[in-house]
Ligand binder design. Structure first.
Ligand code: ZN
Length: 338
């Protein structure tokens, strides 16, 4: 098991209320559901679960993930089944209270699904005590004749909480994107974008400028530009960071080289999440344990990262305050040595 914390820290991490704010539902597919559905094709967990595994590139990662996702996500019922299990485990095993998860417009298109039914199916899967927000993930080239209709319709789906820009960051930002992201906010939706993973600081600056987002998925390569980090801190831009994903995809050379501490030091609000656990074999508490092991984060700093998840959450202010107060109480316990 990677990044095994000492028992005291492990117990603290179990009790720490957490969020997942960067989670692809296709990439969170519970392995047991996949093996039950396609037992001939999926017999052993992917090699990419090994701690020392590294993907060759994004295309390698995407192909492996899509092979698994296409084998399972064939109906809104399947989305519901998977989301129910994902949320249950996050609630019971990781003390997660709030989740933002995206489903891919390309899956809706490929499988011929009703996108609104998928959004409803995911939303309805949250157990009592957990708040789930559902995002439609659209690839950079995902808006075209076959998808335009349901993507435009989705602005009126009350079950849908927002949009996330997906796909290879080397692709251009097509002209529809800025217009649609603006319309989405006008319709009351949250907007995010993947950037600063395979694109450098310029890729992050571009989605800030052209899409007007305040939430970046990853964003870690912004750390290469101190001026950009200062701008993000000033403008209240938050990054939903996935350290283990970054290591396995070669975005950073190893966990010790991960820029999350530098981003926090620059005043950028950062959260941690698992991204695509069926590909990385990671669990949320391991992301926190990795920061403890590789960067010496103690309880106070780990709690601050967890608190950031609630700070960015689409929650009523009293719910947010209650979660933050619970984290404060946990830190204030006498046996706690931050
Ligand atoms: Zn992602």
């Amino acid at each position: 098991m990677p990044y095994s914390p000492d028992p005291d820290l492990a117990a603290f991490l179990r009790r720490l209320p957490k969020t997942e704010t960067h989670l692809h539902i296709e990439g969170a597919l519970p392995w047991e559901l996949l093996t039950r559905t396609a037992p001939d094709r999926f017999t052993t967990p992917p090699a990419s679960w090994a701690d020392d595994f590294r993907f060759a590139d994004f295309a390698h990662f995407e192909k492996e993930l899509l092979d698994m996702a296409f084998a399972f996500y064939s109906s809104p019922e399947r989305y519901h089944e998977a989301a129910r299990e994902v949320f249950r485990r996050l609630a019971e095993e990781e003390n997660v209270r709030y989740v933002e998860t995206s489903f891919a417009s390309g899956m809706v298109e490929f499988a011929g699904l009703d996108g609104r039914e998928v959004a409803q199916a995911i939303k309805a899967a949250a157990p009592p005590g957990m708040e789930a927000r559902v995002f439609l993930g659209i690839h950079r080239n995902g808006y075209h004749d076959a998808s335009r209709g349901f993507i435009e319709d989705s602005l009126d789906w009350p079950e849908l909480d927002g949009y996330d820009l997906h796909g290879a960051e080397t692709m251009v930002l097509e002209p529809w994107t800025g217009r649609f992201w603006e319309q989405a906010r006008a319709a009351g939706k949250q907007t995010k974008a993947h950037a600063g993973e395979f694109s450098g600081p310029d890729g992050v600056a571009r989605v800030l400028d052209e899409l007007g987002v305040k939430r970046i998925q990853h964003g870690v390569r912004a750390a290469e530009d101190a001026h950009l980090l200062a701008r993000m801190a000033r403008e209240g831009v938050a990054c939903d960071v996935c350290p283990i994903s970054n290591v396995k995809l070669g975005v950073v050379t190893d966990m010790a080289a991960h820029p999350l501490p530098a981003m926090l030091a620059a005043g950028v609000l950062c959260t941690v999440s698992t991204d695509d656990p069926v590909s990385f074999g990671n669990r949320l508490h391991q992301e926190y344990a990795a920061l403890a092991a590789a960067h010496g984060f103690g309880k106070r700093r780990l709690a601050e990262v967890a608190a950031n998840g609630f700070r960015v959450a689409l929650l009523a202010e009293d719910q947010r305050a209650a979660a933050l107060a619970e984290i404060d109480r946990l830190l204030a316990e006498p046996e706690t040595t931050p």
